[in-house]
Write a protein that binds this ligand. Structure first.
Ligand code: NAD
Length: 249
């Protein structure tokens, strides 16, 4: 995989799927910048990547903040001179039926899950355009394709649906600069969220997955690696499901 020496930004890379994405990119030789609001986990993640011989550093940023995202991109350009790969992974989930979701909860959800993707894409794109090369991968969810999903997260699903549409637009706008933009929809991933699920709901969820198991976070990360690598040079604007063949309803 020919991404050696590229500069990659992974949002929400301190933990969960984001960490595995940073790990795969680091193993492939990219210079990884992890950004997160969890400083302790972020620094811990960097240590792990460095122990494996990777090149990685942590920069604090709240991806929902206009100021933080501007400072983050400036920091990368100052220190690494370029940004080649942008992985918009940071996200939060919502709980409960819409009648119980407050307007401020909705706003927070859209700020962290969607506004962040707009801001970082907008701020990174000019540098990718200059270099006539860029790879953007957004992490949405199967929830964005089925009005929420297993956990009934209607509002969460709406944020992920927005990311899917946004990705296709960016793919069209930036494609002329040799920049590809794709979106991954993970299904049921083995993380704390799924492990803490009610047992009956967990079992029912697995029934809808032909592979009958959750994905390891690294299995999502490998999809990211594929999309940023030369193997996917002509893949643009695609919604790439990594969901074990989940039966949608
Ligand atoms: P996670 O909670 O384990 O990790 C998310 C990371 O993002 C954390 O390190 C957190 O500190 C960081 N973060 C949260 N808010 C932030 C902010 N405002 N600014 C910067 N960083 C912030 O979650 P995960 O399960 O690894 O999910 C990663 C992505 O994958 C999310 O976008 C999520 O919606 C998506 N996803 C997850 C699953 C799943 O089953 N876990 C399924 C489909 C999609």
């Amino acid at each position: 995989i020919d991404v050696n020496g590229k500069v990659a930004l992974v949002t929400g890379g301190a933990k969960g799927i984001g960490f595995d994405i940073a790990n795969e990119l680091s193993k492939a030789g990219t210079n990884v910048v992890i950004t997160d609001i969890d400083k302790a986990a972020g620094n811990n993640a960097i240590q792990k990547l460095k122990q494996q011989g990777g090149s990685a550093r942590f920069v604090y940023a709240d991806v929902a903040s206009d100021t933080d995202t501007t400072n983050l991109i400036n920091n990368i350009i100052d220190q690494d001179t370029r940004i080649d790969i942008l992985i918009n992974n940071a996200g939060i989930i919502s709980k409960g039926n819409i009648i119980y979701v407050t307007v401020s909860e909705w706003e927070k959800l859209f700020d962290i899950n969607v506004k962040s993707v707009f801001m970082l894409t907008k701020k990174a794109l000019p540098y990718m355009m200059q270099n006539k090369w860029g790879r953007i991968v957004n992490i949405a969810s199967v929830a964005g394709q089925m009005g929420g999903g297993f956990l009934g997260n209607t509002c969460y699903g709406a944020t992920k649906g927005a990311i899917i549409s946004f990705t296709k637009g960016v793919a069209r706008e930036a494609g002329g600069y040799n920049i590809t933009t794709n979106v991954i929809c993970p299904g049921f991933i083995d993380t704390e969220i799924t492990r803490n699920m009610d047992k009956a709901l967990y079992d029912k969820s697995l029934e809808a997955i032909p592979l009958h198991r959750p994905a390891a976070p690294s299995e999502v990360a490998k999809g990211v690696l594929f999309l940023v690598s030369e193997l996917a040079d002509y893949v643009n604007g695609v919604t790439f499901n990594i969901d074990g063949g989940l039966v949608r309803y």
